[in-house]
Design a protein around this ligand. Structure first.
Ligand code: NAD
Length: 488
């Protein structure tokens, strides 16, 4: 297939020396077909859609749109591979393939990182230092478990489920694919994966890697498209398990669709995390953690610390430090290694974020944004902080999925626990304090699947991840992640 060179032009008006990562070493095809049964297959409708760079609105590639017929082909390929090869292969051999995938991701890490940044708009620092190494780490971790399942679950004789349908969001495209594919393969299942429509490229690159490893045909199938393609996977009657990461709204549709079927499910959904700063916290460290938790990633993280609670006695100083730090954030070319805040993933997402900023102002909250210029093309949003909000404000209750922080105060431990738990979500939280006893007391009372202490947004393949309430159910990562693909 024809290869092309990507050229990026930026005019941000800043006077710092640019340090952009080169795009010379990457290969993006003009057009991507579906990866079914180990081959590149044209979509039966003949339809393709564009994937663009949100930082400059330029087209990157055409992506095939899979319909129900294509999904059926992919499920059949996955079933055949499950019945004839993968479920029969000795677990040790399965593990070798997974190791190979991990090593190839490491080898091609720079290419993966640049493509992730081009397609999704996140700073190269994040794709280079977080997304890609963690994706490889998940494959390494689960490769190790493939032939040790009986030790992971002693006396329980774990068995694979069959064919897993996996649907991922746009915020961590390769990493979410790794979270899903690696444990599914390690436990002997085969896979039909659908990446998000705005960020399909690294999943398609992963298909190339998978082909290179010689993984038997049909063990991993990757179909691209939007919601209808996802729904065709969910509704297919030969799927044994749905693993979904995305919005709470779509999670509810999926739960309704599979009710009354034998399909197992894990749903990793939205969040509205509380970050809590006590007066005895190391304040500079906490401010850096708050900034990292909500602004470094444009707030495009399900566990973004989007609600901040500051103990009243340190409110003024924390707000001053936060505003000072926001002024020094570098917003712009995501490929630049200095960039802290990249582009918003799509025009639709920018519209949603701007809608919430307007709601915040209309609700009477006080807004603060740094005094910086935004690039002329592409989708951009200034890091935004709201003070003077109340528990009932929509910007406090609803997930925005953008760089918008809503700040409240508190006086006592009991009060902040009440406020932090007063949300429909329960994915993550952060606590900042120097007192160990307070840390244990507060973290154990927060209704959140993940609680960070004096740090934020730290991930590890050995550690389970998942939520309560409207943040979904089931866990990915660690032994919990293996269990979700097994029956006993
Ligand atoms: P989304 O729900 O719009 O889309 C997620 C995926 O579902 C996409 O691949 C999409 O094409 C597909 N989809 C859409 N409609 C569907 C349908 N009816 N049936 C089946 N599939 C369908 O979410 P998004 O905007 O891509 O991602 C952002 C959301 O994901 C946020 O709410 C965020 O909190 C959440 N998220 C959660 C986690 C977690 O681990 N809990 C991680 C990352 C993102």
């Amino acid at each position: 297939m024809a290869k092309k060179t990507i050229k990026i032009n930026f005019d941000t008006g800043w006077d710092l020396a640019p340090a952009p990562e080169s795009t010379g070493h990457i290969q993006i095809n003009n057009k991507y077909d579906l990866f079914i049964g180990g081959k590149w297959v044209k979509p039966s409708s003949g339809k393709y859609f564009e994937t663009t760079n949100p930082a400059d609105e330029q087209k990157l590639a055409l992506i095939a749109e899979a319909n129900a017929k294509d999904v059926d082909k992919a499920v059949k390929a996955a079933r055949k591979a499950y019945d004839t090869v993968w479920s029969k292969m000795p677990a040790k051999e399965r593990g070798k393939y997974i190791y190979r995938i991990a090593r190839l991701i490491q080898e091609k890490a720079r290419e993966f990182a640049v493509i992730e940044t081009l397609d999704g708009g996140k700073p190269i620092r994040e794709s280079r230092d977080i997304d890609i190494p963690l994706a490889a780490a998940h494959f390494f971790y689960y490769a190790g478990w493939a032939d040790k399942l009986e030790y992971a679950f002693p006396n329980r004789k774990p068995k694979s489920l069959g064919v897993a349908g996996q649907i991922t969001p746009w915020n961590f495209p390769l990493l979410m694919a790794a979270w899903k594919i690696a444990p599914a393969l390690a436990t002997g299942n085969t896979v039909v994966l659908k990446p998000a429509e705005t960020t399909s490229l690294t999943a398609l690159k992963l298909a190339e890697v998978i082909k290179e490893t010689g993984l038997p045909d049909g063990v991993v199938n990757i179909v691209t498209g939007a919601g209808e393609t996802g729904a065709a996977i969910v509704n297919h009657n030969d799927i044994d398990k749905i693993a979904f990461t995305g919005s709470t709204g779509v999670g509810k549709i999926i739960q309704n669709a599979i009710a009354g079927t034998n399909k197992k499910a894990t749903l990793e959904l939205g969040g509205k995390a509380a970050n809590i700063i006590f007066e005895d916290a190391p304040l500079d460290q906490a401010v850096e953690g708050i900034i990292n938790g909500i602004f470094f990633n444009q707030g495009h993280v399900c566990c973004a610390g989007s609600r901040l609670f500051i103990q009243e006695s340190v409110y003024d100083i924390v707000i001053r430090k936060l505003k000072d730090r926001m002024e020094s954030l570098i917003i712009g070319n995501p490929l630049d290694k200095n960039t802290d805040v990249g582009a918003i993933n799509s025009k639709e997402q920018l519209t949603t974020i701007n809608k919430y900023i307007k709601i915040g102002k209309e609700e009477g909250a006080e807004i603060y944004q740094p005094n910086c210029a935004l690039p002329k093309n592409g989708y951009w949003c200034k890091p935004t902080l709201f003070t003077g909000v109340s528990q009932s404000s929509r910007i406090v209750q609803e997930e925005i999925f953008g760089p918008v922080l809503a700040i409240q105060t508190f006086r006592t431990v009991a009060e902040v626990i009440d406020k932090a738990n007063n949300t429909p979500f329960g994915l993550s939280a952060g606590v900042w304090t120097d007192k160990g006893s307070k840390m244990f007391n507060v973290t154990s009372q927060l209704n959140a699947g993940i609680v960070w202490g004096n740090t934020y947004n730290k991930f590890d393949p050995t550690s389970p991840f998942g939520g309560y309430k409207e943040s979904g159910f089931g866990r990915e990562g660690g032994l919990h992640g293996l269990k979700a693909y097994l029956k006993f």
